[in-house]
Design a protein around this ligand. Structure first.
Ligand code: GAL
Length: 432
């Protein structure tokens, strides 16, 4: 379903101010791979680079577009197969376990102990950062996906109240269309359709349904109720209000439509907040961030993390470089600056809300509450809910339905089959 779109390879080599060690020997180089290419994402990568350079590390980056879960992953696989693994790579969700299972990843337990990661990282995220009880990835943020990003001027023009329930949302979209606006902007990729689906599913079925069906992959969660049928019915309603971008555009092109007043709203992760910030937009003035109706109290998370390849650095010196960079990634000040740029929040519960914008402040509070109430749940679309093969099978069904290629009934039947087939595989992937 995902088209292959090689948008380029950028290798940047930047020398930090303190890059040359006092001894005159060149400072160690860290070779980083990431999929952050949009303006907000580049600003975010710059924050990490600055903090790494301040620790005397030379920064080299390979940046390949790909929205995280699929295209970038293919390129990374190729590099590793060719013996060109980066020292550290951005990664999300269950992909971490898949890499760990292949025995590719360095353990980060020493740094984790020293910086007390166990005490500060939300449990749902720790579950992904650890494999068989060991820290194998450092989480740098917590995005959430169950947001509506609304153009404030168009919203004011409609004179509507913030939608609290599903029915309110449908009324708002209908009102927008009647006023000649594009109600809902969405990009072409399967992960974007799935991201819409997960908010609809969490809203229609509630947190327990979402957890049992998509995280625990319990086929019983789908039996004896028609929640899934209702979810696909709602997806069909949303499809009727959506204007899909042509296949060559990306999620941030839909964000641009909302930013430029060409569409009322987009359902996307909080990286949209980073895009708006990069264009100097302000929440409350230029846009609104509203929780997707009926998912208030839930935090469907997507945590960007960094994993470290064993083969990339050897010996004591290599281990020290790895530890230095891992410490940078988990540093509270670095994560605060980073996430103000990214639109996410730190992957830590001990963070002050003060310097974040309105959306970030709400996200910090929402995450703390959700962490205690077990409503902090992984995003299906971003691979934080279940292993890559299950996620990909879900993408295929959800996207085919969103594109009108299969009926509601077919979608229910196929997704039920995906979940029924998934469970034993998930247990293996989780190392249980
Ligand atoms: C996700 C990533 C976000 C953002 C988004 C869109 O995979 O976690 O930080 O980059 O893709 O590119």
């Amino acid at each position: 379903m995902l088209r292959h779109r090689w948008l380029g390879w950028v290798v940047g080599m930047c020398l930090g101010a303190s890059a040359l060690a006092q001894t005159g020997t060149p400072a160690p180089v860290i070779d980083i791979a990431s999929w952050w290419v949009s303006p907000g994402e580049q600003a975010s990568l710059d924050v990490i680079r600055r903090h790494a350079q301040a620790q005397g590390l030379q920064w080299r980056q390979r940046v390949v577009a790909g929205s995280g879960t699929s295209r970038f992953g293919d390129v990374l696989q190729r590099w590793v197969a060719q013996g060109q693994a980066p020292m550290a790579s951005q990664v999300i969700g269950y992909d971490i376990h898949a890499w760990a299972q292949q025995g590719q990843l360095a353990l980060l337990d020493d740094v984790a102990r020293a910086q007390e990661w166990d005490a500060v990282v939300p449990l749902g995220i720790q579950h992904l950062s650890k494999y068989q009880g060991h820290w194998v990835a450092a989480p740098i943020n917590a995005h959430s996906t169950n947001w509506l990003w609304v153009n404030a001027a168009l919203f004011r023009q409609l004179g509507a109240a913030a939608p609290d329930t599903w029915d309110d949302l449908v009324r708002l979209l209908a009102q927008a269309r009647a006023a000649g606006m594009v109600p809902l902007a969405i990009g072409p990729d399967a992960w974007e359709h799935t991201l819409l689906f997960e908010s609809v599913a969490a809203g229609a079925g509630g947190a327990e349904f979402y957890r049992r069906a998509f995280l625990e992959l319990e086929p019983e969660a789908l039996q004896g109720n028609d929640v899934l049928a209702e979810v696909f019915r709602r997806m069909r309603v949303l499809r009727s209000y959506a204007v899909r971008l042509p296949g060559t555009r990306t999620w941030d092109a839909a964000t641009d439509q909302v930013r430029q007043g060409q569409a009322l709203l987009q359902v996307q992760g909080s990286w949209v907040d980073g895009e708006f910030a990069a264009h100097r937009l302000q929440p409350g003035r230029d846009y609104e961030c509203l929780r997707f109706p009926d998912t208030q109290g839930m935090f469907l998370f997507n945590a960007d993390q960094y994993m470290f390849f064993q083969e990339a650095l050897h010996g004591v010196a290599g281990e020290q470089v790895r530890q230095t960079f891992a410490r940078v990634l988990m540093d509270l000040e670095m994560q605060t600056e980073l996430n103000i740029a990214t639109g996410a929040i730190p992957a830590r519960v001990d963070v002050s809300r003060e310097r974040f914008n309105r959306c970030g402040q709400q996200a910090v509070s929402d995450m703390r509450r959700a962490n205690l109430q077990r409503t902090l749940m992984g995003s299906i679309a971003m691979g934080n809910a279940n292993p890559p093969e299950v996620k990909n099978a879900m993408y295929a069904v959800i996207s085919a339905h969103f594109l009108g290629r299969i009926s509601d009934a077919q979608a229910v039947q196929r997704l039920t089959a995906v979940i029924a087939a998934a469970r034993p595989r998930q247990a293996v992937a989780a190392g249980r």
